[in-house]
Write a protein that binds this ligand. Structure first.
Ligand SMILES: Nc1ncnc2c1ncn2[C@@H]1O[C@H](COP(=O)(O)OP(=O)(O)O)[C@@H](O)[C@H]1O
Ligand SMILES: [Mg+2]
Length: 567
């Protein structure tokens, strides 16, 4: 129960509502017990003594009791749903804003499905569990009320029943535990099948093209079969044993009826007391069931909350220093920079300089670390040793957000949001006027996407656009941002030579007057660079201008030969 404390933080802002709910739940819990107490006078004094007036009064009293109970029940149920939904909203907001801030390496450890499940399923479980917190107050008191009434009616019988009935119920508790583990296995398999379906929808083209239908079908039907087997095993235990359990319970009840009836016959108690007693016992079943269900819900929610807490503990991205970077004035310097994602060093001792306004090209084979190099500038990751200097100051002295504010970045895989082309371009500058967006799209050669179909939606990850169009949207976005440093990561790799020519101007425009880092696949794109940095095995193998490097007959020349011969 100490775990209930974890809810303390979440529930604190809603304390007053919970207090009202708690009080009304307590009042509600008094009703069943009081009703039971009314049964005795109904039988013994109204019916057996033929007192019609008393009967009327009692009937009205019951009505009044249940009217009040109804109102109070509505009040606390609604309040608790309100609290639960508010807590859910708070949590979702909290997780999402945290997600936006955490360190990239943390996010990369998880799949999007896992994070999704956390925000939706786990928060959902907490939302469901919160209203049942109030049942933890209401049902025990209802039970206490009923037990008290039963005791007042017939204490001997109460003690007798209190011993006999639980003995009958004991095996049930054991079985419920086993059923729970069975149920969990079933849930896990259902989860697996749902991931498999997601995978299938996402990878349908790969599946078709590799003719993997049969393989997938086998995987699916195997899982599907496991689920059926799980359910059957569950049903066998539940349906097979529950009549037996019920019989045990019935033996207890029969003994109680027999003993109670025997007392009535002997005149030790009245028929009214006996009936009231039996009613009280009957009324105890539901609260017990609900209490048990609430405890299960709460347990699930604790596990969910633990997972959420884990995510909330993910380290946040370092915000960097206090200084505000106001745009590049002199230049950028890398001094002996090394970096590794894990054990293996990806970049080693990188030293070079980019003066303000220079165009620096970075070339090298796939996987050599080009994207990694510019990721350091964008502060996605931190250098492990060495320094990066902006205008002579260590980059770590500037706040990360101010550095990013002055970089226009066109990523290798341009990411578009599910929205319109216009909205996607606008991410470059949130308060851009429509004319600015049109201008940018014109320069990036996607005016047709913006003008003809004003609200053209790009679909999830921009999948209705071609690779080239996506990249041009990304260029338009960078143009709109108009930052003093421009990074193009193979920005033209998915464009055919024809289209590439068409947006050459756009890229020129994007680069004009800026300090540019351009990672390029095709060497033709880097011809005009002020300096080309050639990476090999994580080190700078050569640097210089295009012709110089060709004359060196080194790594650059080798890549150059490969490309010409490839064509
Ligand atoms: N987020 C990451 N976590 C771990 N390893 C990575 C990550 N990103 C890239 N790598 C690895 O670092 C190396 C360099 O990658 P990258 O910089 O993308 O190369 P390039 O852009 O030159 O093709 C590759 O071996 C790649 O597998
Ligand atoms: Mg790359």
């Amino acid at each position: 129960m100490t775990k209930i404390k974890v809810f303390h933080k979440l529930l604190k802002p809603y304390f007053s509502k919970i207090l009202i709910a708690g009080i009304s739940a307590l009042l509600v819990s008094a009703v069943p017990g009081s009703t039971v107490l009314l049964i005795k006078p109904v039988i013994d004094r109204a019916i057996l003594e033929k007192n019609l007036n008393l009967l009327k009064v009692i009937a009205l009293a019951v009505l009044a009791l249940y009217f009040v109970k109804g109102v109070l029940r509505f009040l606390h149920s609604y309040l608790m749903v309100f609290v639960a939904q508010s807590v859910g909203r708070d949590l979702r907001n909290k997780i999402y804003s945290h997600l936006l801030k955490v360190e990239l390496s943390e996010v990369e450890k998880k799949t999007s499905g896992e994070i999704n499940a956390l925000i939706l399923n786990d928060v959902g479980r907490i939302e469901i569990a919160i209203p049942s917190l109030i049942l933890l107050i209401r049902e025990p008191f209802t039970l206490i009320g009923l037990m008290t009434s039963a005791f007042m009616m017939n204490w001997k019988l109460s003690i007798f029943a209190g011993v006999i009935i639980p003995i009958g119920l004991l095996p049930m508790v054991k079985i419920t535990g086993i059923l729970k583990t069975y149920g969990k296995t079933i849930q896990e398999n259902i989860g697996r099948i749902s991931s498999l379906i997601n995978e299938t929808v996402g990878g349908i083209k790969v599946i078709r093209s590799f003719l993997s239908e049969n393989f997938m079908k086998k995987r699916f039907s195997k899982l599907n079969e496991t689920i059926v087997k799980g359910f059957l095993r569950y049903a066998l235990l539940q349906e097979g044993l529950s009549p037996f359990m019920e019989l045990l319970g019935a033996i207890g009840v029969a003994l109680v009826i027999f003993y109670g009836g025997y007392q009535v016959i002997r005149g030790e108690t009245t028929p009214g007391s006996f009936l009231a007693f039996i009613t009280a016992c009957g009324l105890m079943y539901e609260p017990f069931k609900r209490l048990n269900a609430s405890l299960t819900l709460l347990q699930h929610s604790f596990a969910s909350y633990e997972r959420i807490e884990n995510l909330l503990r993910w380290k946040e991205e370092d915000e960097g220093g206090k200084l505000e970077f106001k745009g590049l004035k002199k230049g950028i310097k890398f001094e002996g920079v090394s970096f590794s994602y894990g054990e293996e060093e990806i970049l080693k001792d990188i030293t070079f300089e980019a003066k303000c306004g220079e165009k620096i090209a970075i070339v090298g084979q796939t996987g050599v670390g080009k994207t990694t190099l510019i990721s350091l500038l964008l502060r996605f990751y931190r250098e492990k040793s060495g320094r990066i200097l902006l205008d002579g100051e260590d980059i770590n002295k500037f706040s990360v957000s101010s550095v990013r504010r002055h970089i226009s970045f066109v990523p290798q895989e341009p990411f578009l949001f599910d929205g319109s082309v216009i909205e996607n371009i606008r991410t470059g500058k949130e308060d851009a006027k429509d004319e600015e967006i049109i201008e940018a799209s014109e320069k990036a050669d996607i005016k047709h996407l913006v003008q003809n179909q004003k609200e053209l939606l790009v679909g999830e990850r921009g999948e209705i656009l071609s690779g080239g169009e996506r990249q041009r949207v990304a260029i338009a976005r960078a143009l709109l941002k108009d930052a003093s440093i421009v990074i193009l990561d193979e920005a033209t790799s998915s464009l055919d030579t024809e289209t590439e020519k068409r947006i050459e101007n756009a890229i020129k425009e994007l680069m004009r007057g800026k300090t540019v880092f351009i990672i390029a696949h095709r060497l033709s794109t880097v011809k005009n660079a002020d300096r080309i940095i050639v990476l090999k095995d994580g080190r700078i193998a050569e640097q210089g201008r295009y012709e110089e490097l060709l004359r060196l007959r080194g790594e650059f020349y080798r890549i150059y030969r490969e490309q010409i011969e490839g064509y």
